[in-house]
Design a protein around this ligand. Structure first.
Ligand code: UD1
Ligand code: UDP
Length: 371
């Protein structure tokens, strides 16, 4: 049998969550062989290993161990090391037929560039999303990755519109749904079986979950201080749980905001949580306050209100149809929407079509050429 040799790349937290169901779906095809590459962009156990364990992912075949660095350093290391991996080909011999990348992190863009230069076709899962804000590093990654991918696998209709406007042909674009929601549907029951909410002294529907890690929110000391002050106000109305991303923790410490947080006793600061623990908390929360891309989608799928601390979003369906509201840095809007949540008058959303837990199966069918 002629094997279809695929290289699949992961590097940062959301990548693992998106790639896990795809690996499972591809595994159903005996004619497919996957080489799993971990770039090492995220390396802390709580940002990497725990997802492999909880999502039943096999260990990577290759680890590039690039670690942290500036955008240029990280991209350059991935590009150089990934080129070698692609040149070497699969362990069993032969060459790669296709590279698959997910999302918009540096690992996805750099690996795609390495493949495109070697004329290895690239599939991009979560193609076409645009915030139209080039100050956001992910926007550059999205544009570059889509420009060099030949298989554009899209999660929401806006992605199809953006790619069409950019001149991509209809036969390159496939609206397949959302792989992140495949994982959510797969894990929800086991996440909710955990006892975490009461362990933290909370009651279902009686707390907010916070996550923040975008440079635009956390890298500027003044902005970060303002957000912490706003969260302290939020916590007077509703206890908050905040699993803190290492980038944010480093900034909080640099800016000496730890003490301010300690005084806000209704904000419970935690290290980053495993997928299941986190989903357990989010799925029973009253509201999310976040700047995460993935969480705008997960809250929409769960029907949990999401106050998004960003000026724009590349995922407009989460605002138009889902439960997200763009708050940006507008503290009055935050307070108004939070009151609406507490009063039960906050908008209700519906789950987008094709966010049905089967996106990975649709992608696998396209990749193997069944569709
Ligand atoms: C990256 C992605 C972002 C994604 C996020 C998911 C890019 C440009 N950014 O942002 O799109 O939303 O991951 O969480 O690709 N660090 C650790 N331990 C780790 C990894 C990082 O302590 O395991 C710290 C380091 O100080 C590092 C900083 O976090 O410098 C930022 O890490 P990096 O991967 O560059 O960006 P993220 O903010 O994590
Ligand atoms: N997540 C997690 N533990 C946490 C915070 C987030 O498992 O402590 C999950 C979350 O459910 C979502 C993904 O991480 O599936 C989102 O990743 P992140 O916010 O880091 O990146 P983004 O989606 O913004 O690129």
């Amino acid at each position: 049998m002629n094997l279809l040799q695929l290289a699949c790349v992961v590097g940062a937290r959301p990548n693992f969550i998106k790639m896990a169901p795809l690996l499972r779906a591809l595994g159903a095809y005996p004619q497919v062989a996957v080489t799993l590459v971990h770039t090492g962009q995220h390396y802390d156990a709580k940002l990497s290993d725990i997802f492999f364990e909880q999502l039943g992912m096999r260990q990577p075949d290759v680890h590039l161990e690039v670690g942290s660095g500036s955008h240029g350093q990280q991209t350059a290391k991935i590009l150089e090391r990934m080129e070698q991996v692609l040149r070497d080909g699969p362990a069993a011999g032969g060459s790669f037929d296709r590279l698959i990348v997910v999302g918009d992190v540096n690992s996805s863009m750099a690996a795609a560039l390495a493949a495109a230069k070697l004329q290895i076709p690239v599939a991009h899962v979560e193609a076409g999303l645009r915030s139209f804000d080039r100050a956001m590093p992910e926007e550059i990654n999205r544009i570059v990755t889509d420009a060099i991918a030949d298989l554009l696998l899209v999660s929401e209709p806006a992605g199809v519109e953006n790619l069409t406007r950019e001149g991509r042909s209809a036969d390159e674009i496939h609206l397949v749904g959302n792989v992140m929601i495949d994982t959510l549907r797969d894990q929800l029951a086991s996440a909710q079986a955990l006892n975490l909410v009461s362990e933290y002294g909370l009651v279902p529907g009686g707390y907010a979950v916070v996550t923040l890690h975008r440079p635009s929110n956390v890298d500027c000391p003044q902005t970060l201080r303002g957000i912490v002050e706003v969260l302290a106000q939020v916590s007077e109305k509703l206890p908050c749980v905040w699993p803190i991303h290492p980038r944010t923790q480093a900034r909080l410490t640099d800016c000496e905001l730890d003490q301010l947080l300690e005084r806000a006793s209704a904000i419970r600061c935690l290290p980053p949580l495993g997928y299941r623990e986190f989903l357990c908390l989010v799925s029973q929360a009253k509201v999310l306050v976040t700047d995460s891309g993935g969480l705008q989608e997960e809250t929409t799928a769960l029907g949990v209100p999401c106050l998004t601390m960003r000026e724009n979003t590349e995922r407009p369906i989460t605002v138009e149809q889902g439960t997200s509201t763009l708050i940006g840095g507008d503290t009055q809007a935050l307070s108004r929407e939070l009151d609406a949540v507490l009063a039960g008058t906050y908008k209700r959303g519906t789950c987008p079509e094709l966010w049905d837990g089967k996106a990975s199966e649709r992608i696998a069918r396209i990749v193997v050429g069944e569709e």
